[in-house]
Design a protein around this ligand. Structure first.
Ligand SMILES: *Cc1c(COP(=O)(O)O)cnc(C)c1O
Length: 367
């Protein structure tokens, strides 16, 4: 914040709304929370953060970028903003995230065809940490930048370390549906102050250091506003309790489906993984339950409770149908048989009773 400017060519109060101290304070809060010498740059969205991470990783026209197929489209879209091509990778069964074997197969194949991928976008879907050790080792071995999409995983940890701090770049989202929200917003987590400053430079229209407006690079309008950063500071104080509440919902579903043969709750495969359980998800084996994920969703809908299918894999999306894909049918089958259950931090005992009653109706019908 520039001081001692009493008159400005633009309105001074507007200037403060946009560029006050909340932004740097919110960044400090995030850095303190994430630890590991993280350097955070607050941006207008998680999508913007992925876009800037790709730029910082040197991704350009006709490059190839590896991306987890089982994710929300915002993980992959920014690759195309750079004129690059996404190459999609299947999930593995434990974490539902990127399969290390399929990843290495893709890299080897691409290298043997004379084109090494420029970056890897790894996602911690639904808050579940990916197999980070295995993926990081492969990224290091082939010297490829690792971008960690932790949009859904703020508060999750792997071996005690916060998600978003493992890759060369990590990205967070504060969109309305995430574990904390600034209504819309995101952050890029960098390893060095230099990278952070470069991200902020690009996010504020790439203005060179001059009194007149001079530009040597193409910039973006991606900076978070000071007003939203103020909301973010408040949200940081409820982050831990939101994680507890979401994990409480997960526990509730574990108990609810404990004796239901054919319903598998998505959970941590070992103590090394700690999920914020942003969304609680299940997979249904219809041959055992007698009902499908679709039937359960419609039962809940009838009782005015929203449940959603899992993310549709990117390699099955019309817009990416020509892109390369490595792996089998793990993500595809998760999409086919899975369901996201109501998981909000605001759900209370009455809501949980309603959910229980609705699901019991279906279970009784099947017996
Ligand atoms: C929400 C989300 C994003 C994008 O974040 P925005 O802030 O909405 O742009 C990216 N990746 C994943 C996995 C997400 O869930």
């Amino acid at each position: 914040m520039k001081e001692k400017i009493f008159l400005s060519s633009s309105d001074i109060s507007n200037f403060q709304l946009l560029h006050g101290e909340n932004i740097t304070d919110f960044e400090k809060d995030l850095e303190k929370y994430l630890k590991n010498n993280s350097k955070a740059a607050c941006l207008s969205s998680g999508t913007a953060a992925i876009h800037l991470a790709l730029i910082l990783a040197g991704v350009g026209q006709n490059d190839e970028v590896i991306c987890q197929t089982f994710t929300f489209s915002a993980s992959a879209n920014p690759i195309t903003y750079q004129g690059a091509e996404p190459v999609f990778i299947d999930s593995e069964k434990d974490t539902w995230n990127m399969c290390p074997e399929a990843l290495e197969e893709a890299i080897k194949d691409k290298i043997s065809n004379g084109k090494k991928p420029k970056a890897i976008i790894l996602v911690h879907l639904y808050g579940m940490p990916a197999k980070i050790d295995e993926i990081s080792a492969i990224a290091k071995k082939y010297k490829i930048a690792l971008i960690e999409d932790a949009a859904e995983a703020l508060g999750s940890t792997y071996k005690g370390q916060k998600c978003g701090t493992f890759g060369d770049y990590g990205i967070l989202s504060f969109n309305g549906n995430k574990i904390i929200t600034t209504s819309g917003g995101g952050a890029l987590v960098c390893k060095t102050e230099e990278a952070k400053q470069k991200a902020i430079f690009l996010a504020t229209q790439a203005r060179d250091n001059a009194a007149h407006y001079q530009h040597s690079e193409i910039g973006y309008n991606y900076r978070m506003s000071n007003v939203l950063a103020g909301i973010g500071r408040g949200q940081m104080q409820v982050l831990d309790s939101h994680v507890e509440l979401r994990r409480g919902m997960h526990k509730f579903y574990k108990k609810l489906f404990k004796n239901v043969d054919g319903v598998t709750i998505f959970m941590e495969s070992s103590k090394e993984f700690y999920s914020n359980h942003w969304l609680s998800c299940i997979v249904i084996d219809e041959s055992k339950t007698g009902f499908s994920n679709q039937e359960l969703r419609l039962q809940l809908e009838k009782d005015r409770i929203e449940a959603r299918p899992l993310w549709k894999p990117m390699h099955l999306q019309p817009v990416f149908k020509e892109n390369d894909y490595y792996g089998g049918a793990i993500a595809e089958n998760l999409f086919k048989d899975g369901l996201c259950l109501p998981s909000g931090s605001n759900l209370n005992d009455r809501d949980r009773k309603r959910i229980t009653k609705s699901i019991h109706k279906l279970l009784i019908k099947m017996n």
